[in-house]
Write a new protein. Structure first.
Length: 205
């Protein structure tokens, strides 16, 4: 079964390795994920656990979720998400201690939204000439043929919405596991801004 947990991106900092080198790390807050439901291949068609995390006032929880939390005697949680192919029992928790220093993990989150962007920023196109009266400075250039086929093929790299999509960064190394503060330190950057919900899964599972 896979090893995974949900957390929240806090900030980036630096950490010294055993050989004395300084590396950039991302600090991820991993509150204990309360298991609120277990789904099996026999009933739902797949194996998964539903987990709740993130403190929220009771008055902000809708009635179906409030009843579910009350049934399992767990405090209300802001988020309810599923972890596929993860084992556990209702009422149990998944915390940062499921990982160890040196583990390789995949981190998934929604990237920062950049809004509507042109081809230079969105796809890395080169700009046009800026001298001799040229007006094609940041325009994408030719995007289609002439009379035949007289249309633009789907999939062309064009201006459009950039960011705000699911991104997975693979094989990041766990630098430290702080069980007391519910923190997981991983080397390098992870998608999303501060406070973003991230999924951390052990590589190879």
């Amino acid at each position: 079964m896979a090893t995974a947990v949900f957390g929240r991106k806090k900030h980036m900092t630096q950490a010294f390795q055993d050989d004395g080198t300084l590396v950039s790390v991302t600090v991820i807050e991993v509150e204990p994920n309360f298991i609120t439901a277990v789904k099996t291949a026999g009933d739902e068609g797949y194996d998964a656990v539903q987990v709740g995390f993130g403190v929220v006032p009771t008055r902000k929880v809708n009635r179906p979720h409030a009843g579910q939390f009350e049934k399992h005697e767990t405090p209300p949680r802001r988020h309810l998400k599923e972890l596929r192919n993860v084992s556990g029992e209702v009422g149990g928790t998944i915390a940062a201690d499921v990982f160890e220093e040196g583990d390789k993990v995949h981190v998934t989150a929604v990237s920062k939204g950049k809004g509507f962007q042109g081809t230079i920023k969105r796809h890395g196109f080169g700009r046009g000439p800026v001298s001799h009266g040229s007006h094609n400075v940041r325009a994408p250039g030719s995007v289609g043929a002439s009379a035949d086929p007289a249309r633009i093929f789907p999939g062309q790299k064009m201006p459009g919405q950039m960011g705000s999509e699911g991104v997975t960064v693979k094989n990041l190394r766990v630098v430290a596991v702080d069980v007391e503060n519910n923190e997981l330190w991983v080397r390098g950057g992870v998608p999303g801004g501060k406070g973003s919900v991230v999924k951390i899964q052990k590589a190879g599972e």
